[in-house]
Design a protein around this ligand. Structure first.
Ligand SMILES: [Ca+2]
Ligand SMILES: [Ca+2]
Length: 613
């Protein structure tokens, strides 16, 4: 029924039952929201049939699934779902083909702009014909900040290949490093159980944390039965599938009701958000890969962008309300690009980035709790001094957060609160999946501006430790540089002309921790250098540095122009100090370094980064 049919091995082609829209529990909000980790992660399912006339022989013998789905989307009534990379070739025909790196890089940029943390690729093997988008994503120089995981059908991926994928640093993890995996179309048979056991054993052998395995089935009793038999960690669903042109509000209530139904089975739950369901293209134009052909009433009214965001917000709130059940604190959205089945978030030719932008609004701000619907986290960051965020109750461990959408560097904050309620707080930044402290303060009051060594993180938050009453924040502005791309120097290899001692090596200048540093050895600063090797050539035009004291008197930013030309100057500067950001004409190189020409003493660098803006 859903696009992702398991198509290899012991595939099950049986249609899943349409979930009963039974509402067993009302959605009364909890009085106090429990904080659930450093903020939920949100993923979106990818189904990548947009391959045009590429042979999909590796999926179904002799098939061209890309041409079939283009045929189904041909009628004009379906053109409102043509993605930004599609072409209306006539009122009755379209081309929807995502085959180039440029298209994929743009797709990645939109997903990051939406605030998504990961894509969940329906897995088809390399060379199958439906692996193109997955491989373009893996090859992209733009994917940093957008992780991936896989939705697996039974037997769709050999265990060694799966372990190789899970070991990648950008494979989505939950619960302190556990690889997140989704299983679609598994039934509760012994084969599925042995497969899951095999995956866990292989992961352990490879030194990976135990995978967090999620069974997808919209019928709660079925999902629970499969999860128990195969030993999964949680239950979820690929999508709910309303009928008869139901209002989208019914999709929202069906999703919410089914999260509760899944929870009632006693299993952990990953809530799912169905962004749409309109399977009429496949109903009217039967597809070789869909069996049986869906009925013509298999559709709901199309959502507005705001309605999709509301459904997502419900899931985020649900995770906060039921933190013990939603222990992985993640949400899976259906879907990034199931255009023919009616679930999409990708910008379209007809409506542009409306859904991406609505998601961005929802995913940009978060808080441990809020007093009421008019005092949410957005109020603390909206630039309006008359609006505010207020926590629901208490003070310690309350937090309010902003997601920059990509790694951003900041070294200053200006905060204003109602009264003088705060007596202890931290400014924190999300470094990978760990919150670290950038600054520790006491009072805030009407206006407080603080500076600290520059840090780089995708998110920042105010974390309250003590106070006299629940915090009310009018504005918290950070001098983040959101136009600067991800720090190219993170997770690379580093060298320096010298180091003071073993604890002050070159890597300490690139570990995104303002409390650690590299220091050169010897008294002579001239000729000292600190280098990062990106591994491959990268364009960059900006550098940010923070040093101890004001030791630097002269330096150059240099880039490696190859063995013939050698190190070449991109920028020449004088002082660095507590925080310095410089820009220069874009260069393209595999290595960069800071080269000192003068100063008072051997340099101490807390953090250095390179980026492209
Ligand atoms: Ca405000
Ligand atoms: Ca450091």
């Amino acid at each position: 029924m859903h696009s992702f049919q398991p198509l290899r091995g012991r595939a099950s082609k049986r249609a899943m039952a349409v979930a009963a829209a039974l509402c067993l529990a009302s959605l009364t909000p909890a009085a106090a929201l429990a904080a659930n980790g450093p903020g939920a992660t949100v993923g979106a399912i990818r189904w990548d049939a947009w391959v045009g006339d590429t042979s999909t022989n590796g999926v179904i013998a002799g098939s061209h699934i890309g041409l079939e789905v283009e045929g189904a989307l041909g009628p004009n009534q379906f053109h409102d779902r043509i993605p930004f990379y599609g072409v209306e070739t006539s009122t009755s025909s379209v081309l929807v083909r995502q085959l180039t790196q440029g298209q994929m890089d743009a797709d990645i940029a939109y997903a990051k702009r939406a605030g998504l943390n990961y894509w969940a690729f329906c897995y088809y093997a390399d060379g199958s014909g439906m692996d193109i988008a997955r491989n373009l994503y893996q090859a992209s120089t733009q994917r940093e900040g957008l992780n991936f995981t896989l939705v697996l059908g039974p037997g769709s991926i050999p265990t060694p290949t799966l372990v190789t994928e899970m070991a990648k640093p950008h494979f989505q993890k939950v619960l302190n490093g556990r690889p997140l995996l989704y299983l679609f179309g598994f039934s509760a048979d012994s084969y599925a159980a042995s497969y899951v056991a095999e995956v866990r054993a292989a992961a352990a052998t490879a030194g990976l944390p135990n995978p967090y395995i999620v069974v997808m089935n919209p019928t709660s009793s079925t999902a629970a039965s499969i999860a128990s038999t195969v030993g999964a960690d949680a239950v979820s669903a690929y999508a709910d599938s309303p009928i008869n042109g139901a209002a989208y509000s019914q999709v929202i209530s069906q999703n919410s009701a089914n999260w509760n139904n899944h929870k009632a089975t006693g299993h952990k739950v990953v809530p799912w958000v169905t962004a749409g369901w309109d399977n009429r293209p496949r109903a009217l134009y039967p597809q070789s890969f869909v069996s049986p052909t869906p009925p013509t009433n298999a559709w709901a009214q199309q959502a507005t962008a705001a309605e999709v965001a509301t459904n997502l917000q419900n899931a985020l709130t649900w995770n906060q309300n039921f933190a013990a059940t939603a222990d992985a604190n993640t949400v899976i959205m259906y879907a990034w690009n199931e255009f023919d089945e009616g679930g999409w978030l990708t910008p379209t030719l007809s409506k542009g980035t409306d859904r991406v932008d609505a998601l961005s609004n929802t995913l940009t701000y978060a808080s441990s709790s809020n007093w009421d619907a008019g005092q949410t986290a957005r109020g603390a960051f909206d630039g309006d001094p008359s609006t505010n965020w207020q926590a629901a109750s208490g003070f310690a461990n309350q937090w309010v957060e902003i997601d920059f959408g990509k790694d951003s560097t900041f070294s200053q904050a200006t905060i204003s609160e109602y009264g003088a309620r705060t007596t202890g707080y931290r400014i924190e930044y999300l470094n990978g999946s760990t919150w670290k402290t950038a600054y520790t303060g006491t009072g805030i009051g009407a206006s407080s501006t603080v500076t600290f060594p520059a840090v780089t993180g995708r998110k920042a938050r105010l974390y309250f430790t003590s106070g006299i009453d629940t915090p009310i924040i009018y504005e918290a502005s950070l001098n983040a540089t959101p136009n600067v791309s991800a720090n190219l120097a993170l997770n690379r290899s580093y060298t320096a002309s010298s180091q003071w001692d073993a604890s002050q090596g070159a890597a300490k200048a690139f570990d995104n921790d303002p409390n650690t540093n590299w220091q050169g050895s010897g008294a002579n600063i001239a000729g000292t250098w600190l280098e990062v090797d990106f591994g491959v050539r990268k364009p960059f035009n900006t550098a940010t540095m923070s040093e101890f004291g004001d030791r630097t008197g002269g330096y150059r930013i240099e880039y490696w122009a190859g063995p013939t030309v050698g190190w070449t100057t991109a920028y020449t500067g004088t002082t660095i100090g507590a925080s310095k950001t410089v820009t220069f004409p874009t260069v393209n190189a595999s290595k960069a370094r800071i080269y000192w020409t003068s100063g008072t003493y051997t340099p101490i660098i807390y953090e250095a980064s390179f980026g492209l803006n």
